[in-house]
Design a protein around this ligand. Structure first.
Ligand SMILES: [Zn+2]
Ligand SMILES: [Zn+2]
Ligand SMILES: [Zn+2]
Length: 337
């Protein structure tokens, strides 16, 4: 049903997960499997009449803690291995039509603490080398369920994109003696044209080298490697800057803005990565209100992105939708909970 096949051309694993074809595809709102179970209603994934934030294992996982043996034999050039790992779903809120952008900043702070908890717990599993926290939002990205949710994949290896960033960060650390991401963030702050928002703990900018028109990187001001190292003030800073960015995104075209959100942090394989730096990247697929950026021949076949827009102009557009975030009184007690 599911196995990892080695791609010797690229030196990376491909997950074959044919059972995922059966998964629920855009059900009507009354039959959302991620809503709370209504009294007398059909049983959803959450057998409660209400919930806050819920994490559970994906029913259609591409990685399993106890995977089946590979259904095929590997070849000399392409070994196979069991698709071992964990796929979790994180429900952000019980309300079906909500989005993370619409949730209060306190709820986003709660989510940050849930992410920390999952990163720490999954990261201690002996077979998990990387905990990948992400969200696909919007039909443009191919989401099959609208209910506000994100996902976590616990991989049995360090994924290729992370390996690339780790290598670039390490060689910069060894040649310059400084952190590459700290240096990029400093340049962006000094220049200022591509900054979208900042607070005491985080800054958000479209990097000079952005591949997507509205690609934003959210970077901690303190040099640290994982979300679990954030102080409570920094957790609140992350929640605030995410709220700011997500509201600005929705303001751009006056509609709920699709994106991929990916969290990049150190692996959990037991090695130390002092040269790496925790950050979150957003890749929105839109280049205009109703125009998608496709990953076409150059992007997919050669790995070279063509960005038809200027990061400086897109950041200026986003800045016009930046508004202050207000914490309710509840927010001030978040630190102890
Ligand atoms: Zn729902
Ligand atoms: Zn750094
Ligand atoms: Zn990154």
């Amino acid at each position: 049903m599911s196995e990892l096949r080695w791609n010797p051309l690229l030196g990376e694993w491909v997950d074959t997960a044919t059972h995922r074809q059966e998964r629920t595809f855009l059900p009507p709102a009354d039959y959302c499997p991620l809503c709370p179970t209504r009294p007398g209603g059909f049983p959803t994934e959450v057998p409660e009449p209400d919930y806050d934030i819920v994490v559970f294992e994906n029913r259609f996982p591409s990685l399993k803690s106890r995977p089946d043996d590979p259904a095929v034999e590997g070849t000399e050039l392409s070994p196979v291995r069991p698709a071992r790992g964990i796929c979790e779903v994180v429900l952000y809120a019980p309300r079906h039509t909500s989005t993370l952008a619409q949730e209060p900043v306190e709820q986003i702070h709660k989510l940050v603490r849930v992410w920390i908890d999952r990163f720490e717990e999954l990261g201690t599993l002996e077979y998990v080398d990387y905990v990948f926290i992400f969200e696909n939002k919007g039909e443009e990205i191919g989401v099959t369920l609208h209910h506000p949710h994100g996902q976590i994949y616990a991989y049995p290896f360090i994924p290729p994109r992370i390996i690339q960033e780790l290598q670039q960060s390490r060689s910069h650390w060894e040649s310059k003696g400084t952190c590459l991401i700290c240096d990029i963030a400093r340049l962006e702050k000094d220049d200022g044209r591509r900054l979208v928002a900042e607070n005491d703990s985080f800054s958000a900018y479209i990097p000079f080298f952005a591949r997507w028109p509205y690609e934003v990187h959210v970077v901690s001001k303190r040099h640290l490697q994982a979300i679990s190292e954030l102080s409570v003030d920094e957790q609140r800073g992350l929640a605030s800057i995410m709220k700011t960015l997500l509201v600005a995104y929705d303001g751009l075209f006056a509609k709920s803005f699709p994106y991929m959100m990916v969290m990049h942090q150190r692996p959990t394989d037991g090695a130390s990565y002092p040269h790496y730096h925790f950050h979150i990247e957003f890749y929105p697929p839109l280049r205009a209100s109703n125009r998608l950026k496709y990953l076409a021949g150059s992007e997919t076949g050669a790995g070279m992105f063509i960005n038809d827009t200027l990061a400086e102009e897109k950041a200026a557009e986003l800045r016009t939708h930046v508004a202050p975030v207000t914490w309710g009184t509840a927010g001030h007690n978040q630190g102890t909970g």
